[in-house]
Design a protein around this ligand. Structure first.
Ligand code: PEP
Ligand code: MG
Length: 576
C-alpha cells in the first residue's frame, strides 16, 4: 500500500477503484487550408454545438445544485460570445489560411498565458474557464465527445490533475464516490464543489497522484487528508469498518441540523458560522448554523482592482441578511492591514504590520472608506437580523468614535427617508489584551463582545500568528488566555450582554468544554465543525464544566489543561 497526503477539502471516507481523468491536452498540427470560409463554418458549428451542450449543463446543474452553482456556465456561454476571442480565431483562420483546430489552439494559448500571468486572482480564474470552453470546442471540431464523465458505469474515485467546473458538474453521482486532485487548495473550485456535493475529496496531493494506476483500489480518508493506494485485503477490511463507522456518525449528525444547541443539563448556546464569501452562506445553512457569527467583509474588498462601491456592498449584505433571516448575521467592518493586503489601496509599509494601522485604526483614519461601509450596512439592515461588529479595538475612544460615525450615517440616512432595521446590535471584537483586561469598561458601551482568539493569542503571547518559529507560544489553552476569556464573559454578564467567540478556538473540540464551562454564549466556527460541536455539547454537563474550567485557571501550563480536559472527556478520571 502507498500512502499519500493532501488537503482535506470535503470530509468523509470513500473506497473505490481509480478512474483517471486524463489531463493530456490535444495539440493540433498546423495545416494550410485552401477554403477558409468552409473552415470558419466548421468552427461556427463547433461553437453552436458547444453552446447547446453548455446550456443543457447549465439547466441540469441549476436543477441539481441551485442557481449559484450554475452561474459558472453562464460565464462559459459568455466566453463563446466574446468577440475578442471568437473573432480572433476566425481572423486567424482567414488571414493565415490555417485549420480551425490550430487557430483555436494558438489563440486560446495566448489568452490563457496572458490571464495566468495576472496578479488578479479572478482573472487567473478566468484562464481556467477559457481552457475549459476551448477544450470543449476542440472536441467538437475533432468530432469526439467531450470526456464523458456522465456516462461512467461503476463506482469510482476520480483521479485528476484538477477538475474543471464542467467536469465537476458532469460527475455522475450514482458512481463517483470521491475525488483526488494533484493541484488545488481548500478554496479552489473543485474543493468548493466537492463540499457542496458532499463528496469526500482530497486536493493538492501533488505529483505523486500521477503514479496512481487506472482501476487500482484507492481509499480516500478526507477527514485526515490521507489517501491509501492499493491496500492489502486486511487493510481494506479495516478501512471498510472505519468508513462504516464514519458514515454512521455523519448520518447521525445530520439529525442535529435543524436542532438548537443544548448541553446535557439544558444550558442553551448558539453555534454560528464564520464566512468570508457569500457562497459560504449555503454551507453554513447546510451545516446547521444558527447564525453567522463572523462575516469577514475584507473578502469583498479583495481580488479586485478598486474599492467596492456602497451599492455593491449593500447588495452583498442584503443577500446575506435575507438568506439567513431571521437568524443573526454579525458583520464585521473592514479588517485590512496586518497579513491582509489590498494592493490597490497602497497602504504604507510598516515595520511591524500586526501592530500597525490595521482594521478599525485604518478605518478611523480613512473615514470616507469607513462611512461607505457603514451606510451600506445600515441600508441593508432592514432585510434581516444585522449585528455590526468593530475589529481591533484597544481603547474605549476608538469604540466611541466608531459608534459616533455609525450614528452620524444613521441620522443622515434617516433624514433622507431611508428605512432602516429596527434594532441593530453593535458589538466589538475582543482581540487585543488591553480590551480584554478592561472589558468591564467596554461592556456598558456595546451589545455584545466576540472574542477573536486568533489575534488575542498572538498579542497576549507576543508571538506572531504567522511565524513558525514561535508557534510553540501560540497556546489557546494557556491559563493566561483562559483567565482573560473568563474575565470578558464575567464583565459582559454584569451588564447583561452576550459574549461570542469567532477565533479558531471556538470550533476546537478540546476548547469547547472549557468555553462552555466559562459561560460562552455563542461559538462561531467554520461550517464543517458545527454539527460535531453540537453533538459534543449535547454530551457535556455545563455545571460540571463550570467547576472544571475554574480548576484549570490555576493550572501551570497548557499541557496540564489539555490533558485534564481530554481525561474527563474520555471518562478516565473521576472528575467527570
Ligand atoms: C481573530 O482574530 O480571532 C479573528 C476571528 O479575526 P481574524 O482571524 O480575521 O483576524
Ligand atoms: Mg482578528
Amino acid at each position: 500500500m502507498t500512502t499519500l497526503t493532501g488537503i482535506a477539502a470535503s470530509p468523509g471516507i470513500a473506497i473505490a477503484r481509480a478512474f483517471l481523468l486524463s489531463s493530456e491536452r490535444f495539440i493540433p498540427v498546423r495545416q494550410s487550408v485552401s477554403d477558409s470560409s468552409t473552415e470558419i463554418a466548421r468552427f461556427r458549428e463547433a461553437v453552436a454545438s458547444s453552446q447547446t451542450e453548455i446550456e443543457s449543463l447549465r439547466i441540469s446543474t441549476e436543477e441539481r445544485l441551485g442557481a449559484d452553482k450554475a452561474e459558472i456556465f453562464e460565464g462559459h456561454l459568455m466566453i463563446l460570445e466574446d468577440p475578442d476571442l471568437i473573432d480572433a480565431i476566425e481572423l486567424k483562420i482567414d488571414e493565415d489560411t490555417m485549420n480551425a483546430e490550430f487557430a483555436l489552439y494558438e489563440t486560446a494559448q495566448t489568452f490563457i498565458e496572458l490571464l495566468q500571468s495576472m496578479d488578479d486572482e479572478l482573472l487567473r480564474g478566468r484562464a481556467v474557464d477559457i481552457e475549459d470552453v476551448c477544450g470543449r470546442l476542440m472536441s467538437h471540431l475533432r468530432g469526439i465527445p467531450h470526456m464523458d464523465l456522465a456516462g461512467m458505469s461503476e463506482e469510482c474515485i476520480i483521479v485528476a490533475r484538477d477538475l474543471t467546473p464542467s467536469d465537476t458538474a458532469q460527475l455522475n453521482l450514482d458512481y463517483v464516490r470521491g475525488f483526488i486532485t494533484e493541484v488545488g487548495s481548500r478554496t479552489s473550485h473543485s474543493a468548493i464543489m466537492a463540499r457542496s456535493l458532499e463528496i469526500p475529496a482530497i486536493v493538492g496531493a501533488g505529483i505523486a497522484v500521477q503514479q496512481i494506476a487506472a482501476h487500482t483500489i484507492v481509499v480516500v480518508d478526507a477527514n485526515q487528508g490521507i489517501l491509501h493506494v492499493n491496500p492489502t485485503d486486511e487493510e481494506l477490511e479495516a478501512y471498510r469498518a472505519l468508513k462504516q463507522a464514519d458514515d454512521k456518525r455523519r448520518a447521525a449528525l445530520g439529525r442535529l441540523k435543524e436542532l438548537p444547541t443544548f448541553s446535557k443539563d439544558g444550558k442553551q448556546v448558539e453555534l454560528a458560522a464564520n464566512i468570508g464569501k457569500l457562497e459560504d452562506i449555503q454551507r453554513a445553512i447546510d451545516n446547521g448554523a444558527e447564525g453567522i457569527g463572523l462575516f469577514r467583509t475584507e473578502f469583498l474588498y479583495m481580488g479586485r482592482s478598486s474599492l467596492p462601491t456602497e451599492e455593491e456592498q449593500f447588495t452583498s449584505y442584503k443577500y446575506a441578511l435575507e438568506k439567513m433571516n431571521p437568524k443573526p448575521v454579525v458583520i464585521r467592518t473592514l479588517d485590512i492591514g496586518g497579513d491582509k493586503e489590498l494592493p490597490y489601496m497602497e497602504l504604507p509599509k510598516e515595520s511591524n504590520q500586526f501592530l500597525g494601522q490595521r482594521a478599525l485604526r485604518l478605518c478611523l483614519d480613512r473615514q470616507e472608506l469607513f462611512r461607505t461601509q457603514l451606510r451600506a450596512l445600515l441600508r441593508a439592515s432592514r432585510y434581516g437580523n444585522l449585528k455590526i461588529m468593530f475589529p481591533m479595538i484597544a481603547v474605549l475612544e476608538e469604540l466611541l468614535e466608531a459608534k459616533q460615525l455609525l450614528e452620524e450615517e444613521k441620522q443622515r440616512l434617516l433624514a433622507e427617508g431611508v428605512e432602516l432595521g429596527e434594532h441593530i446590535e453593535v458589538g466589538m471584537m475582543v482581540e487585543i489584551p488591553a480590551a480584554a483586561i478592561a472589558a468591564d469598561l467596554f461592556a456598558p458601551e456595546v451589545d455584545f463582545f466576540s472574542i477573536g482568539t486568533n489575534d488575542l493569542i498572538q498579542y497576549t503571547m507576543a508571538a506572531d500568528r504567522m511565524n513558525e518559529t514561535v508557534a510553540y507560544l501560540y497556546q489557546p489553552w494557556h491559563p493566561s488566555l483562559l483567565r482573560l476569556i473568563r474575565f470578558v464573559i464575567q464583565a459582559a454578564e454584569k451588564e447583561g450582554k452576550w459574549v461570542g467567540m469567532c477565533g479558531e478556538m471556538a470550533g476546537d473540540e478540546t476548547a469547547i468544554p472549557l468555553l462552555l464551562g466559562l459561560g460562552l454564549h455563542e461559538f462561531s466556527m467554520s461550517a464543517g465543525s458545527i454539527l460535531p460541536a453540537r453533538e459534543l455539547i449535547g454530551q457535556l454537563d455545563q455545571t460540571a464544566w463550570c467547576s472544571h474550567a475554574t480548576n484549570t485557571l490555576s493550572m501551570r501550563n497548557s499541557q496540564e489543561i489539555t490533558q485534564f480536559v481530554q481525561d474527563i472527556i474520555k471518562g478516565v478520571t473521576h472528575h467527570g
